[in-house]
Design a protein around this ligand. Structure first.
Ligand SMILES: *Cc1c(COP(=O)(O)O)cnc(C)c1O
Length: 325
């Protein structure tokens, strides 16, 4: 499998497939950022998606292409991917079991259940939950839907790139958050296959970005997972990564890492200047501009990818209270 297996046609087909289940991307100018940088800076409000993050696109595109005879879908995630898969499966009438460890916070568990998935709580670590998910695949005929490393997921996330280019045909720079790289891979393939000169800039946190470390090394590596405000950007890229590592290497123009305070600045700017609530991972594009770590183009889109933040944490951040956990 390699990146040439995801074509512009695949992304266009994904868009048609998921259209009925997706909130169209809303893009608005940011008066305050445009004024501050003297350039056109636009915000892409993808946190408006039903489950509060873009991951619905990839999950929905996967659920709608299951092999016949599949019992249902499963994943090990109580974050934005788990939420997306739960809701997609319910929409498509497909059984869904989200596996998790006993350590999962009650509110996340209830969030997944409210979106219509069955939950299975196994063991005291992510690894033990993963064993159960694999058992569901091997013994019960479930299909595991991964959060980023799959052509259907990448094509689904890529539909964002199509919408950006359609609404802003003369865009020249896009700021995209980066973790496993499914989001930025899809967007980069969708945009660069039509306009190769558009700059695609990936943004993540200094505390534990596996994709950045892997690109530096030249092959996929593991990094220590650290607590961060951008918790939805945590996690590895898989030592056997065969898709997103290469797409990021070949298609992404620049990678930028932010400190915790720079992420907090992004959250605060979104709240006070744009009147928008975003999670840490969603705010890194704004944070990178404010920190002057990215030079905006003449027409720059800043993606706001999700809003699923604990509101007590959000309150502390915007009030400049101590938010360390
Ligand atoms: C998952 C996620 C990302 C990163 O997406 P990848 O495909 O893993 O790079 C960014 N923002 C939010 C809100 C997310 O949930």
């Amino acid at each position: 499998m390699n990146q040439s297996e995801i074509s512009l046609e695949d992304i266009r087909a994904a868009r048609e497939r998921i259209a009925a289940h997706i909130v169209p991307l809303r893009i608005t100018p940011s008066a305050s950022l445009s004024q501050q940088f003297d350039k056109d800076i636009l915000l892409a409000h993808e946190y408006l998606q039903t489950t509060g993050a873009f991951k619905l696109r990839g999950a929905m595109n996967s659920v709608l292409q299951l092999e016949p005879g599949t019992t249902g879908v499963t994943a090990v995630s109580t974050g934005n991917h788990g939420r997306a898969l739960a809701w997609s499966a319910r929409q498509a009438g497909v059984p869904c079991i989200i596996c998790m460890s006993q350590l999962v916070p009650q509110n996340k568990l209830e969030g997944i259940r409210a979106l219509g998935a069955e939950t299975r709580i196994v063991g005291k670590s992510q690894d033990e939950a993963e064993v159960e998910a694999r058992r569901l695949v091997e013994e019960d005929g479930y299909t595991m839907i991964p959060p980023f490393e799959h052509p259907h997921v990448i094509a689904g996330q890529g539909t964002l790139g199509l919408e950006m280019l359609e609404q802003v045909p003369d865009l020249d720079t896009v700021l995209v958050q980066l973790s496993g790289g499914g989001l930025i891979s899809g967007i980069a393939l969708a945009i660069k296959s039509q306009k190769p000169d558009v700059r695609i800039i990936g943004i993540s946190m200094e505390r534990g970005c596996a994709m950045y470390a892997s690109q530096q090394a030249g092959y996929p590596v593991e990094v220590e997972e650290l607590p961060t405000l951008a918790d939805s950007l945590g996690g590895g890229i898989g030592l056997d990564n065969r898709l997103t590592f290469g797409i990021v290497r070949d298609q992404v123009d620049q990678l930028v890492l932010l400190s915790e305070e720079e992420i907090a600045d992004g959250i605060r700017h979104a709240y006070f200047e744009e009147q928008v609530i975003v999670e840490g991972g969603g705010a890194v594009g704004i944070g990178a501009l404010l920190a002057r770590k990215v030079e905006p183009g003449e027409k720059t889109i800043v993606l706001l990818s999700g809003r699923n933040i604990d509101m007590e944490l959000h309150r502390k951040i915007v009030n400049h209270e101590d938010y360390q956990r």
